[in-house]
Design a protein around this ligand. Structure first.
Ligand code: HEM
Length: 458
């Protein structure tokens, strides 16, 4: 039988919650239990829980190795309705009452329409993607340079978020954010608050000391009303300016205008902006903080492929083996979306590398990517960041086991699965950012929060 337990009612979930958020933190929480049970599959609880999450069931089956985790992609076995961040689903008020695509299972006809809408939007935006990315990065690095010359260092999270927001408005929604000075200035701040209100009950923050975090922040769900006014401004901004994109949703995918707007805002704000806001700082931090000679190697590759620097594009970036491998390795080492959930559609058997267990219909599987992506059965020296890991033929085999997008990097997102619609464009975009960086600068120094110095390309 499967190891682990849910403990006594109320007490078990509460004690697991305190371990998860306070005494251990997510990483140690999963590691210590896997060691205790000598298994990468076991039962436990995950917050939010007790006392004001009465309708949330904290019981989960943790899956912590590559083999058991891959069951989460098998749509015959699992149902993905309303499990984006666990059994707890934020109020639909955050999306004007609409059930957005990411919350739908593949058996629901609307999933195919909404996913199709997202993928077609991406496809159309590919014409302007590169140019919008580079012009927004230009503004971003300009801000960073002037900040460094004024203050000796630049914290870059907020300028980067502003850049991501304006880039996504232009590329995905086809709208220049500056048509509304208010949105250009505040839109990304609204999305930060909107995201935080949804995920805080499930996230270890560490911004206020315990036990205050537990008492003040992890005790109740937040009402969408707290952000409704500013969200409405974003809604109107899209409604008034993203006509072409919305017409696509209405005419080709038979969504109502309201559904098209809410889904576009969700993809733009939650999936894309949220995903990049986590991923890009970890990528920039990895590169700027490196002192192993990696920068020099990347710079050499980028400049060799691009020649004079004038021809950076989707095709040339694809030839940059090292750049791509660094991007993949960053996604393995720090998966931007650490937790993935899926509910058993029926009773079935789940296999880890060394055992098989019974899962009952309705049980919630919970995969913790940071451990799954350090599975020593698949990845050599899994605790090491190896920039070249994916280079060459044996290296690229490993892409079958790179799961950040809720599917293998060799998989194909479609209406019949729940893999990230932007699986390829995300890694391409990140590679373009790295290449652009080394066409701009010879070296750069910093960490995941700030840039200390840049040396311009000679
Ligand atoms: C670094 C950036 C991104 C990360 C880390 C990321 C990650 C993910 C993950 C983990 C999922 C699966 C969630 C689940 O069901 O458990 C997902 C789904 C999705 N993502 Fe992304 N994503 C990113 C960027 C984007 C972008 C730019 C788009 C733009 C179109 C996008 C569109 C979607 C959509 C539409 C889904 C839902 C798929 C479905 O319902 O079948 N994502 N993403």
């Amino acid at each position: 039988t499967m190891p682990g337990s849910y403990g006594w009612p109320l007490v078990g979930p509460l004690s697991d919650r305190l371990d998860y958020f306070w005494f251990q933190g997510p990483d140690k929480f999963f590691r210590t239990r896997a060691e205790k049970y000598k298994s990468t599959v076991f039962r436990t609880n995950i917050p939010p829980t007790f006392p004001f999450f009465g309708n949330v069931n904290p019981n989960i089956v943790a899956v912590l190795d590559v083999k058991s985790f891959s069951h989460l992609f098998d749509m015959d076995l699992v149902d993905k309705r309303d499990v984006l961040i666990g059994d707890f689903r934020p109020s639909l008020g955050f999306y004007g009452g609409v059930c957005v695509g990411v919350n739908l299972d593949t058996t629901e006809p609307k999933h195919a329409k909404i996913k199709g809408f997202a993928m077609e939007t991406l496809k159309r935006s590919s014409k302007v993607w590169l140019q919008e990315l580079r012009s927004n990065l230009n503004i971003f690095w300009g801000t960073i340079e002037s900040e460094i010359s004024k203050n000796g260092a630049a914290s870059y999270i907020f300028p980067l978020q502003r850049c991501i927001f304006s880039f996504l408005c232009a590329s995905l929604a086809g709208v220049d954010a500056s048509v509304s000075p208010d949105i250009a200035e505040n839109g990304w701040k609204t999305i930060n608050t909107w995201l935080a209100l949804q995920v805080i009950p499930t996230a270890k923050l560490g911004v206020v000391p315990q036990p205050l975090e537990e008492i003040l922040l992890h005790t109740w769900p937040y009402p969408s009303l707290l952000i409704a006014g500013n969200y409405k401004k974003l809604y109107n901004f899209i409604d008034e300016n993203a006509g072409d994109c919305l017409r696509l949703g209405q005419e080709e995918f038979r969504l109502t205008r309201d559904e098209a707007i809410q889904n576009l805002l969700f993809v733009l704000g939650f999936n894309a902006y949220g995903g990049f806001s986590v991923f890009l700082p970890s990528l920039i931090g990895r590169i700027t903080g490196d002192n192993s000679g990696l920068q020099e190697r990347i710079r050499t590759e980028v400049r060799r492929v691009c020649g004079s620097g004038s021809d950076l594009n989707f095709k040339t970036v694809n030839e940059m083996e090292l750049v791509k491998s660094v991007v993949y390795e960053t996604l393995r080492f720090n998966p931007p979306v650490p937790l993935q959930f899926a509910r058993a559609r029926k009773d079935f058997q789940i296999s880890s590398h060394d055992a098989v267990f019974e899962v009952k219909k309705g049980e919630l599987l919970c995969g913790y990517q940071p451990l799954v992506m350090r599975d020593a059965n698949v990845f050599d020296e899994p605790e090491e960041f190896k920039p070249d890991r994916y280079v060459g033929e044996t290296g690229s085999e490993l892409l079958n086991y790179l799961y950040w997008s809720n599917g293998p990097q060799t998989g194909t997102p479609s209406a019949s699965n729940k893999q990230c619609a932007a699986k390829d464009i995300v890694t391409l975009t990140a590679s373009l950012l790295v290449a652009d960086l080394f066409l701009r600068y010879d070296t750069i120094t910093g960490d995941s929060g700030s840039i200390k110095a840049v040396v311009k390309a000679k």
